[in-house]
Design a protein around this ligand. Structure first.
Ligand code: COS
Length: 377
């Protein structure tokens, strides 16, 4: 493994950074307040070739890997986590279909997602199936040539604006092996949206409830075989955890930059506050943990790109980076003191955005459970 970024990774970082600074930075403060998401920005990301990074070129992807995908997500999150999550979630159906889909499904659904012409969503969670995802209760029953799906899904990112949702429902017995994965298209009859969540942060990203009432989809929309849905979801989450960890790196880097700038400018007791050990040691710890987290993300992405097992490393990377981002953003607010707590600086927003990263794609308690189980398997 090379610790230096490849020329492609450097170019992608620069391209995404420029996009985020030009297109996102000027609108984020307002859009976070008005809870506005702009799908046209996903289209623009698609035009730049950034929506299908780990997808083969034959499906209009970039034919690259998670090492590159992580760089893109990181740079988006440095400006706004909502769009970083949106891109990561639009990636999930692509990655699932690329691995598990048949040729017809791949050709029909992946190219629009990979080019940003379509938005994707991934729907697993239910009231009784959060961390215990295998306990989901939505049912899918095969009648003639269609599956009829009933149930309620919670906390699904951007399902209300998505064109292609991958949704898990039960086709068989209780437990993980009775779950199947389906492709649900926008405006399918029987699909409505319930509550749109009012959240602590990440307001540009929609989080909605899905109400499935005799939702009817053709049987061709089953992904893989009946009963494979849980494994499909778990594999997708393994990959998704790399992107969430990468987003946390972006948030923490942005917060640390503001804290360093402030510590070098702000004078108290006749000297720059960076000259106080209390502050410089805080900055040193923040930078060290950020570096460690970046290396964990790099390693997990590299393992995935090499086709090696990476479940444990992705869980470690997600756990460590998101806990690190929570700590770094909290410390950055502390270094700016009263100013850090105001909305004049984006630090309080970064702190709220870091919090959700400890929860999404499996809480950090679940990551510890996965790591612990795999250590003792
Ligand atoms: N990749 C492939 N297969 C996997 C897998 C993975 N990462 N993790 C589990 N599986 C398989 C297991 O091998 C097992 O298969 P067999 O029945 O053939 O042996 C099956 O799935 C069941 O696995 P397990 O017994 O570990 O399931 P559990 O119900 O105990 O739960 C956890 C596993 C806790 C890891 C899972 O429920 C989880 O990740 N929960 C968090 C859900 C989450 O992240 N939600 C986020 C919301 S979606 S945005």
């Amino acid at each position: 493994m090379n610790f230096e970024e490849t020329p492609i990774q450097k170019d992608l970082r620069e391209l995404t950074k420029r996009f985020a600074e030009k297109e996102l930075a000027p609108i984020i403060a307002t859009d976070e307040k008005t809870e506005t998401f702009r799908p046209e920005l996903i289209l623009k990301l698609g035009a730049l070739g950034l929506c299908g990074i780990p997808i083969p070129e034959k499906y209009n992807g970039a034919g690259l890997g998670y090492s590159e995908y992580a760089v893109v997500i990181e740079e988006l999150a440095a400006i706004n986590t909502g769009y970083a999550i949106s891109l990561a979630v639009t990636g999930l159906p692509q990655v699932i279909l690329n691995t598990w889909g048949n040729n017809i499904q791949k050709q029909k659904y992946i190219p629009p997602l990979a080019t940003g012409k379509a938005i994707g969503a991934f729907s697993l969670t239910e009231t009784l199936a959060g961390s215990d995802a295998a306990n989901l209760r939505s049912t899918a029953v095969l009648k003639n040539d269609s599956y009829i799906i009933n149930g309620t899904k919670l906390f699904t990112t951007q399902a209300d604006i998505a064109d292609t949702i991958i949704l898990m429902a039960r086709t068989g017995r209780a437990g993980p092996n009775g779950i199947s994965a389906f492709i649900v298209e926008k405006k399918t009859s029987g699909l409505t949206f319930g509550k749109r969540e009012r959240k602590m942060g990440c307001h540009t990203s929609h989080t909605v409830e899905l109400v499935l009432q005799d939702l009817k989809i053709p049987k061709e929309n089953l992904i893989g075989k009946e009963g494979e849905g849980f494994k499909i979801a778990m594999q997708a989450l393994d990959s998704g955890r790399i992107t969430i960890g990468a987003g946390a790196i972006g948030i923490a880097k942005a917060a640390l930059k503001i804290a360093i700038h402030h510590a070098k400018q702000r004078e108290q007791f006749g000297k720059k506050i960076a000259e106080f050990e209390g502050v410089s040691f805080m900055l040193a710890d923040m930078a060290t943990e950020l570096k460690a987290a970046s290396l964990l993300i790099k390693q997990a992405a590299w393992l995935k790109d090499e086709g090696k097992p990476f479940t444990t490393e992705a869980a470690m990377a997600k756990l460590f980076s998101t806990d690190m981002a929570m700590k770094v953003t909290t410390q950055a607010v502390q270094i700016l003191g009263g100013s850090g707590y105001t909305q004049d600086f984006p630090l309080e927003r970064y702190m709220r955005e870091a919090k959700v990263m400890q929860i999404v794609e499996g809480t950090n308690q679940i990551q510890r459970m996965i790591i612990g189980r795999n250590l003792c398997a």
